[in-house]
Write a new protein. Structure first.
Length: 245
């Protein structure tokens, strides 16, 4: 399987996740903006392997439970998430907010590895596998601070500083100053810098020689008044994880 074919398989899976309904070959090809002939062989292969089934005559195809079972089996043996999952659950219970763990991706973004959503109706929603830009993300800031100063300076000079909201940091100097304030405060904060009315605080932790960041995220009106309390809880959780692991 070449790279293009592998990418097409992922796009097929993501399309079913987004549409949440059975799709005919014609519909799938249209949604992927590719010729039906390009999808046909992949659909047949995925069906033969048990990952798709035909919902009914002319009703289209839909993923079977095999994909979920495989994903669950993989998740149960994740070398990092298995070690932090209980702590993330405890953080969610203690704060009532969404808890996220992430890692540096390609030296230029944050990759979300796991997300435990808040039980509140109004909450921060994200999905494992999503990427966020470093300068407008609390985990990104935590990971930047964890770098050696020389490495951080090089990376700060390369960032695009895309403006997501009027509060997004616009330069390396602003970001460096914000990181210093975060270190002094005891949490690296994003208050409406990536999305209006969304806030988060994060702290770095080192597991098996690799840096990760854990954040607590939710509406600004709930996060901002609790920065000190949530920050203390988060730092304690990260320190405990580092000792245990």
């Amino acid at each position: 399987m070449n790279v293009k074919t592998a990418l097409r398989v992922i796009e097929i899976i993501e399309t079913f996740a987004r549409e949440r309904r059975a799709l005919s070959l014609t519909e799938l090809a249209r949604l992927l903006s590719v010729p039906a002939s390009s999808c046909l062989a992949l659909i047949r292969t995925l069906t033969a392997l048990g990952y798709l089934y035909e919902a009914g005559r002319r009703q289209g195809y839909y993923p079977t439970g095999r994909l979920l079972a495989m994903a669950q089996q993989i998740a149960r043996h994740d070398p990092v998430l298995d070690r932090v999952h209980d702590t993330m659950n405890e953080l969610r219970a203690a704060t009532g907010e969404t808890v996220v763990i992430g890692k540096l991706h390609d030296g230029a973004a944050v990759l979300y590895l796991d997300v435990l959503e808040s039980p509140h109706a109004i909450r921060y929603i994200a999905t494992a596998g999503e990427r966020r830009e470093l300068h407008a993300n609390s985990i990104g800031k935590a990971l930047l601070w964890a770098m050696a100063p020389e490495e951080r300076q090089v990376l700060l000079a390369q960032l695009s500083y895309r403006a997501f909201t009027p509060r997004t940091l616009a330069s390396a100097a602003q970001l460096e100053a914000d990181l210093a304030r975060g270190a002094e405060r005891g949490s690296f904060v994003n208050l409406g810098e990536s999305m209006p009315d969304v806030g988060a605080l994060a702290w770095p932790l080192k597991l098996s020689g690799e840096w990760y960041g854990i954040s607590i995220a939710g509406p600004v009106y709930r996060i901002e008044p609790n920065l000190e309390r949530f920050g203390a809880i988060l730092r304690t959780a990260c320190a405990t994880l580092e000792k245990v692991n």
